[in-house]
Design a protein around this ligand. Structure first.
Ligand code: SAM
Length: 220
């Protein structure tokens, strides 16, 4: 058994490296998902999985209960996170903060603008997901609220807009995992498309040829 494991991991290394190289250019630069005070570890794991799968750059977690370790390396070894994120935590950087204010201070200091998400109308500017332009800020943080209370007023007041997925049913909201998947899919799709057509930073401007904005699918 031991020999089989060693062999399998030896064989899989180049494949993993190849995949990591192939996805690099498709990752959305300067896009962070923030989860504010999540209680259920399964939701934290699902958001990390969504972030990884959709090519978002990183995850910030507001964790006032101190349920996560401070260091990402320690998070990577935490079984509950590895299991709920199906190992995505090994590949996606996660940073924890003690409070919403600490996280907003950190984001703003590094030039990030925030948008919050809620099924309800909050703050001054409200947009439906399909109507939003998520390419206007070079650095963007997309916030998701607590399972019961939703997004805090502090986050709403320091954000540019509140984004809603239109709801058509009798229930008030979607759960955290589902809503983060839907919102991040749209935001990442728009930003990947923009990234493929325009350069940012010092070489700013339209590319003569757009880069591919979709990964070729592999045969199983
Ligand atoms: C279970 S919901 C929280 C419900 C809570 N009662 C509220 O007032 O928002 C958890 C989070 O998922 C996101 N969410 C759920 N439904 C959404 C929707 N229709 N549009 C945008 N975000 C949504 C929000 O970030 C929300 O804070």
């Amino acid at each position: 058994m031991l020999f089989m494991n060693v062999e399998t991991s030896e064989k899989s290394k180049p494949t993993v490296r190849k995949r990591a190289d192939a996805i690099r250019d498709f990752r959305c630069k300067n896009l962070i998902a923030v989860i504010e005070d999540p209680v259920d570890i399964r939701n934290i794991g699902t958001v990390i999985r969504n972030v990884n799968a959709l090519g978002v750059e990183k995850v910030y977690v507001i964790d006032p209960r101190r349920s996560l370790p401070d260091d990402w390396q320690d998070m990577r070894e935490r079984k509950s996170l590895s299991k709920t994120s199906v190992s995505a935590v090994k590949w996606t950087f996660v940073k924890r903060f003690d409070s919403t204010e600490d996280c907003l201070d950190h984001l703003e200091k590094h030039g990030y603008f925030s948008v919050v998400t809620s099924p309800h109308v909050k703050g001054k500017t409200n947009v439906y997901l399909h109507e939003g332009d998520f390419t206007q800020y070079t650095k963007l943080a997309v916030w998701f609220g607590n399972e019961k209370r939703g997004i805090s007023d502090i986050a709403v007041n320091r954000s540019e807009a509140c984004v809603a997925i239109p709801m058509f049913g009798m229930i008030e909201s979607l759960n955290l995992g589902t809503s983060s998947g839907i919102v991040l899919y749209e935001v990442a799709k728009q930003r990947r498309d923009y990234q493929s057509r325009y350069r940012r930073g010092r070489k700013k401007g339209k590319r003569s040829e757009p880069l591919p904005n979709i990964m070729p699918r592999e045969e199983s």
